[in-house]
Design a protein around this ligand. Structure first.
Ligand SMILES: NC(=O)C1=CN([C@@H]2O[C@H](COP(=O)(O)OP(=O)(O)OC[C@H]3O[C@@H](n4cnc5c(N)ncnc54)[C@H](OP(=O)(O)O)[C@@H]3O)[C@@H](O)[C@H]2O)C=CC1
Ligand SMILES: O=C(O)CCC(=O)C(=O)O
Ligand SMILES: [Mg+2]
Length: 746
């Protein structure tokens, strides 16, 4: 039973499951055959669309591939599907590739005989420029923004929250005199330079962004950005000089404070701006080296934005390589120690831009009592550098709350749910096509279709200028979702908006009348992110609940921060995206694809990935299918999924972290067992009960044998035939090691 081949039929299946990367993809090799078998009994078809990094690369270069190597552009198809009422998509987390990851995936495909072009770091010929343009569409967060045609509702299911309270995870201790702190810029960053305007009907239509040089030269940076009336259009820039000065000062301050230097960015999602900021950090940390050899690096095409790992690797090939590397080594002794990704392997925070991703990294540090790992492999306090000040206050307040009150107690803490403005590439997370590293001094002018100047900023070479936009329909949908969710929960609800920030002030101008019209004004508060953080922590510390109604970035940050503190992981979150055209997108958890888990599987055949997010999404997807298509059998299946999920929690059948403990495969077996038992014993559909009775019996009878097969499989290295482009047959063999179970599921 392979189960992961893409669909070949032309009709759209009832549910689309996504083929992704890393740990969730490994998990799918075990779980999806079970889902397909059970769904088929209710006449529900489950198709697969490939949105993996490797799949997207193959789909981008048909001309380079033979007919049997070519792959359809499944992401483009899904992008169309989510704009239709029939969409029902279960979306697993996928890699948002940094340049080093993209290069590694390309090399792997080439080594497997797929002649896709090299990633051109510095494209010269037309062919290289074309390849680069195609790779640029694959880089970074290239999937989620395409599929998220709706706003986001993320929360812990009641059963999951109850389980976390009765089985509290470990938390690090917070000391009042912890030296851990958050540092951020106080001027000349994205927050301070932001201007924002809501377009009138006369200003709607194609807008234009130009760079006007000191000599009067005009360069069109972008033309024809089509905005409907009512769109909130922001523009801002981060000064490169101010950023460098800030980073250098923080490196000095870290040294003086005796803490670890760390920088927390979102180089994956913010794929244009944040790798540049990351590159500035690499250059600031290695300042004397770049001062001396910067020209040689530039000539050799060595780019700090790809990280110190790449820089050090490429220096080796320079004629004066050995000399430079010994100077780097000496300099590292002078600089403050760095927060490490892997101290055993010497991988620092600055090695790869996608290793430390703020939404996961800051909560992990806060959960650990404000500690990070130093180069010596010991825990230490850290200076958490978050250059832009737009959202840094959230982490600063979280850190301050823990310093003052100690770590939060998962056994008693309430919950913070999130309603996030996300649809149609809202806010900063949609700003990549309109983000520019400014080539020369001048001013950037953004003009509306009618010629009105919307924004104008004086800029210097190297500054990062960007425009973000948020459309009216998504804003209205988001406010309505907040009203609905608050009504359903009846708890505190806060719009995390700062009237002193340009963009937020425009949003508040939408929010207040919408709340008033719905008679819901008194149900909501509007607070700055700093004040909202403090109040939310105070609220949950009392065991009460709060709904955070936020923009897109805070949607992302908070749906890792609070779950990691409350539940120990964001993987167990329910993540529903009610698509604006009527369909449903069910994301599995709020976390990513857990690269460390793959390493563990390959080394010792243990997969600690928890599929609770997949279980939650599956239940919602089936119930949604029942609502939309009137398929009552799907409802029965969906309700039984909820029972099975509860069973996994009640019987502690989630994967253990260490080899020898039950893992992801065991949890899927128990999920199948509880699902089948729930179906066999329900009384809503006798036919389904009859068809699942023998399956439930067979699974129960063979429990010991199946679990023994799983235990037997663990311990030795596992061969999955690749990393980004794994071999389906080998992966299936690794992930389906029980012949008895395979026979029942076949
Ligand atoms: N929705 C999406 O498509 C998203 C994709 N990503 C992508 O995922 C990749 C990794 O991102 P990163 O920031 O490291 O975040 P991850 O959430 O993947 O990893 C952080 C840690 O969270 C824990 N974790 C996450 N999910 C699970 C799970 N299901 N079961 C058990 N533990 C889990 C693991 O902790 P431990 O090691 O302690 O077990 C893991 O190491 C990147 O390529 C990123 O772009 C990131 C976020 C969302
Ligand atoms: O698309 C991505 O890169 C990450 C998305 C993410 O972190 C989230 O939505 O929580
Ligand atoms: Mg996230």
């Amino acid at each position: 039973m392979k189960g992961l081949e893409s669909m070949s039929d032309t009709t759209t299946p009832d549910i689309i499951y996504t083929k992704v990367d890393e740990a969730p993809q490994l998990a799918s090799a075990s779980l999806l055959p079970i889902i397909r078998k059970f769904a088929a009994a209710a006449g529900v078809s489950v198709g697969v669309k490939d949105i993996s990094l490797a799949g997207r690369i193959l789909a981008a270069f048909p001309a380079h591939l033979s007919a049997d190597q070519r792959q359809s552009d499944d992401l483009a198809e899904l992008g169309q599907l989510v704009k239709t009422p029939g969409a029902n998509v279960i979306k697993l987390p996928n890699v948002s590739a940094s340049v080093p990851q993209l290069v590694a995936a390309v090399e792997e495909l080439q080594s497997q005989g797929y002649p896709v072009p090299d990633y051109p770091e510095n494209p010269q010929t037309d062919a290289e420029k074309e390849a680069r343009a195609r790779y640029d569409t694959i880089k970074g967060s290239a999937v989620n923004p395409v599929l998220r045609e709706g706003n986001s509702d993320r929360r812990a299911a009641v059963a999951v929250k109850n389980y976390a309270q009765s089985n509290p995870h470990s938390m690090g201790d917070w000391s009042k005199d912890s030296k851990t702190r958050v540092s951020t810029m106080s001027a000349n960053d994205f927050r301070s330079n932001e201007t924002s305007v809501t377009l009138s009907a006369a200003q709607a239509g194609p807008a234009k962004i130009e760079l006007i040089g000191a000599d009067g030269s005009v360069t069109v940076l972008k033309d024809g950005i089509d905005f409907p009336a009512g769109t909130v259009v922001d523009a801002t820039f981060m000064s490169a000089k101010a950023l460098s000065a800030f980073l250098e000062a923080q490196i000095e301050a870290t040294k003086a404070e005796g803490t670890l230097f760390s920088i927390h960015l979102k180089a994956t999602m913010m794929k244009v701006s944040d790798p540049i900021i990351f590159g500035h950090a690499v250059k600031a940390y290695l300042k004397p080296i770049f001062a001396e050899y910067g020209d040689a690096f530039a000539a050799a095409g060595i780019n700090a934005n790809s990280g110190m790992g790449e820089v050090l690797d490429r220096i080796k090939d320079l004629p004066q390589g050995a000399e430079i590397l010994s100077k780097v080594e000496a300099l590292m002794q002078q600089q403050p120690p760095m927060y490490m990704v892997n101290s055993d392997k010497g991988i620092t925070n600055l090695h790869v831009p996608s290793d430390v991703i703020i939404d996961a990294s800051m909560p992990a540090l806060i959960r650990a009592g404000g500690k990070g790992w130093g180069p010596d492999g010991a825990e230490a306090d850290a200076n958490c550098v978050i250059p832009d000040s737009s959202y840094a206050a959230v982490y600063e307040e979280a850190v301050n709350f823990c310093k003052t009150n100690g770590a939060i107690n998962p056994a008693t803490v309430g919950t913070v749910q999130n309603v996030g403005l996300m649809a149609q590439k809202a806010e900063e997370y949609g700003s990549h096509p309109t983000t520019f590293e400014i080539p020369h001094d001048g001013s950037v002018r953004m003009s509306a279709a009618n010629g009105d100047v919307l924004h104008e900023h004086a800029v210097e070479a190297g500054d990062i200028w960007r425009s973000a936009s948020t459309r009216k329909a998504p804003i209205e949908d988001w406010v309505q979702l907040a009203i609905d969710r608050q009504k359903a929960e009846g708890c505190q609800a806060i719009f995390w908006l700062d009237e002193d920030r340009a963009h937020d002030a425009e949003l508040i101008a939408y929010v207040k009348p919408l709340l008033a019209a719905a008679g819901a004004t008194d149900k909501f508060q509007i607070l700055t992110p700093r004040d909202a953080t403090r109040l939310s922590f105070e609220t949950i510390a009392k065991g009460e609940n709060s709904i955070a109604v936020t923009g897109n970035v805070l949607r992302d940050y908070l749906t890792d921060l609070f779950p990691i503190l409350e539940l120990g992981t964001s993987a167990k979150m329910l993540s529903i995206v009610k698509l604006m055209q009527g369909g449903g997108l069910f994301e599995t958890g709020a976390g990513g694809s857990a690269p460390k888990h793959v390493q563990q599987l390959v080394e010792e055949n243990h997969l600690r990935w928890d599929s609770l997010g997949e279980f939650c999404a599956l239940g919602e997807s089936l119930k949604f299918l029942a609502d939309v298509k009137g398929n009552e059998k799907a409802r029965v299946l969906g309700k039984a999924v909820d029972v099975a999920t509860q069973g996994i929690l009640d019987h502690n059948k989630s994967p253990g972290r260490r080899v020898g403990q039950p893992d992801n495969r065991d949890s899927h077996f128990y999920f199948a067992l509880y699902w089948a038992q729930a179906l066999a014993t329900q009384s809503d559909d006798a036919e389904l009960a009859a068809s699942f009775a023998p399956i439930a019996a067979a699974l129960a009878e063979n429990e010991a044998a199946i679990v023994a097969d799983f235990a037997q499989a663990q311990g030795a290295p596992a061969d999955i035939g690749g990393y980004y482009h794994t071999d389906d047959t080998k992966t299936a063999a690794v992930m389906q090691p029980s012949p008895v179970l395979n026979k029942i599921i076949a």
